[in-house]
Design a binder for this molecule. Structure first.
Ligand SMILES: CN1CCCC[C@@H]1Cn1ccc2ccc(-c3n[nH]c(N)c3C#N)cc21
Length: 257
């Protein structure tokens, strides 16, 4: 998978070069390109923002630098020929996905991560200030499948943190990135439930003991205990998830904790 990220703070994305995703890039499983939006400005101050029409606090990100940056992304992702002129207009049949982090977007979910992990390319537009001139999204709609996405119901200062989280959630699903793909199956949200509690040595620690069933070697009992823990945790912490999960083994009575 190729991922292109456009930001005025490219160094914010540096942690994506570390750990599992860094190894994935070294192994050729993931190709990550980060573009500085200011490289697509031509004034002395490399201006990317201006005052909002209609008044109001703050500044809005100017449209032209974004169009130039996203046109370069289209070329880099092979969606258009490199010699396409300025604003070459609508492009190839398959429009690459452009994710625009925004508090006004659809909330990012594990299901979305799985869906996006199937894409050959992804592009991310990290806004700042009060946001990006809306006409950029209108312009981009003819060239990308534009997806406004929110990390959650709280306000950040820009899109970079959201992109870091989304790229990690998506990247770890790519084949070969996580050492043991089995571990992807049992984790939170993979089956619609929160994950069960985990323990390691010593079996007794400061008066706290590991649940006996986990020391029994009885894999059937361990599996049942873990599913029960998932259901109890989900019922207690995220009851709204239980409507979509496979909670058949337990009636509503067992779900209440
Ligand atoms: C604060 N400031 C004025 C109010 C509107 C937002 C703006 C800041 N800001 C600019 C671009 C931008 C992109 C994403 C987010 C964002 N916030 N919360 C999320 N879950 C987000 C995502 N994903 C915030 C952003």
């Amino acid at each position: 998978m190729r991922i292109d990220v456009v930001s005025i703070f490219p160094d914010y994305l540096a942690p994506l070069r570390l750990s599992l995703l860094g190894r994935a890039q070294e192994d050729g499983l993931l190709d990550l390109a980060v573009h500085d939006l200011r490289d697509f400005t031509f004034d002395r101050h490399r201006t990317v923002d201006d005052t909002p029409y209609g008044g109001g606090a703050g500044m809005v990100m100017k449209a032209e630098p974004w169009a130039l940056a996203l046109e370069q992304v289209l070329v880099a992702q092979g969606a258009v020929a490199g010699n396409a002129g300025h604003d070459a207009g609508p492009v190839a049949a398959r429009r690459p996905v452009l994710i625009v982090p925004s508090p006004a977007g659809a909330v990012f979910t594990q299901a979305m991560a799985y869906e996006l992990a199937e894409e050959p390319t992804l592009a991310f537009a990290c806004g700042r200030y009060e946001g990006i001139d809306e006409r950029v999204l209108e312009w981009a709609e003819q060239r990308f499948e534009v997806r406004p996405v929110s990390l959650g119901d709280y306000v950040l200062n820009g899109g970079e943190v959201a992109v870091m989280a989304m790229v990690e959630a998506i990247g770890r699903l790519l084949p070969g990135v996580v050492g043991n793909p089995e571990s992807l199956v049992e984790e939170s949200h993979a089956d619609g439930l929160l994950e069960y509690p985990v323990y390691t040595k010593p079996s007794s620690w400061r008066g706290h003991d590991v649940p006996e069933v986990l020391l029994s070697g009885n894999h059937g009992k361990i599996a049942s205990w873990r599913l029960e823990q998932q259901l109890r945790r989900t019922a207690a912490r995220r009851p709204e998830l239980l409507d979509g999960a496979d909670a058949a083994p337990f009636g509503k009575a067992e779900r209440a904790v």
